[in-house]
Ligand binder design. Structure first.
Ligand code: ZN
Length: 271
């Protein structure tokens, strides 16, 4: 049980309230963390050019770029196209292997959830077409069904796999927080196969959960069997980093160095 430090990635959201772009890169590096996942708003604060420079000088590798979407109007093809190209160009400049797509409220797509899911599929197809020339890949991250109304109508790995079957080049990110409850999870992870697995995110499910979005627990403080899910992901061929992604009002109040120290320790014991 547990992973070595060279497999650990920290998502910038984990310390987003304490550290700006530069502080987070320096902070993770100070703790020997070799990977990080970036956020577009943090990059925007400092400017793309400076962000690229800081990453290049840090020796730290980028595991993913957050994020494309939500589009105010997913049916506006011109805006979807220009925004998608902008985000993918940034991601490639920063050395990110994938861009995470965030659909947002399903009513942006359609009045009815089933229709919204179909239209989301069409949009994913369009985005894949738009980004055909990019090395960087589009990553679909199914979000927990409690977020189906206001954050994403993509809620199971089966749904994401169905989309990947239809749209070439698109991959998935497995986030234990969003998917741990699914009885089909092991089978769907096996169905992904190596090529489709673009990331693996960890945190834990706190009982009771006090907030639908901002109450993720540190690995080991909740009820998710993270080592089991990691084994399935690795059995399917995933060899990339394990990304700590903790959106938590509680952890955002802690000393960020302490947060990273504990996250690294827990990666070694509870993941
Ligand atoms: Zn995630």
């Amino acid at each position: 049980m547990g992973i070595a430090l060279d497999k650990v990635a920290i998502n910038q959201a984990t310390t987003r309230e304490q550290w700006d772009f530069r502080q987070s890169v320096e902070g993770y590096r100070r703790h020997g963390v070799p990977w990080l996942a970036l956020w577009r708003d943090k990059v925007a604060e400092i400017g793309l050019k400076e962000a690229v420079r800081i990453i290049a000088n840090s020796g730290i590798k980028v595991s993913g770029y957050n994020r494309l979407g939500a589009f105010a109007d997913p049916h506006d093809r011109a805006v979807v196209r220009s925004e998608t190209l902008a985000v993918f160009d940034e991601a490639e400049a920063l050395g990110a292997p994938c861009v995470l797509y965030f659909p947002g409220d399903f009513r942006l797509f359609a009045k009815e959830l089933g229709d919204a899911r179909r239209r989301l599929g069409e949009l994913v197809f369009d985005i894949a077409e738009i980004t055909r020339e990019h090395r960087c890949r589009l990553a679909l991250e199914p979000l927990h069904p409690m977020l189906a109304a206001d954050r994403s109508p993509l809620n199971t790995l089966a749904q994401a796999n169905d989309l990947c079957d239809m749209v070439e080049g698109v991959g998935v990110v497995i986030d234990v927080y969003h998917l741990w409850w699914d009885p089909a999870l092991d089978a769907e992870i096996a169905r992904c196969g190596k090529d489709r697995l673009l990331g693996f995110h960890v945190s834990d499910w706190r009982v009771p959960t006090r907030d639908l979005v901002f109450d993720r627990a540190m690995m080991g403080d909740g009820v998710i069997d993270i080592p089991h899910i990691r084994q399935q992901v690795e059995r399917a061929g995933y060899m990339g980093p394990v990304e700590v992604e903790i959106f938590s009002r509680e952890w955002w109040q802690r000393d960020p160095d302490e947060v990273i120290e504990i996250a690294v320790q827990r990666c070694g014991r509870c993941v």
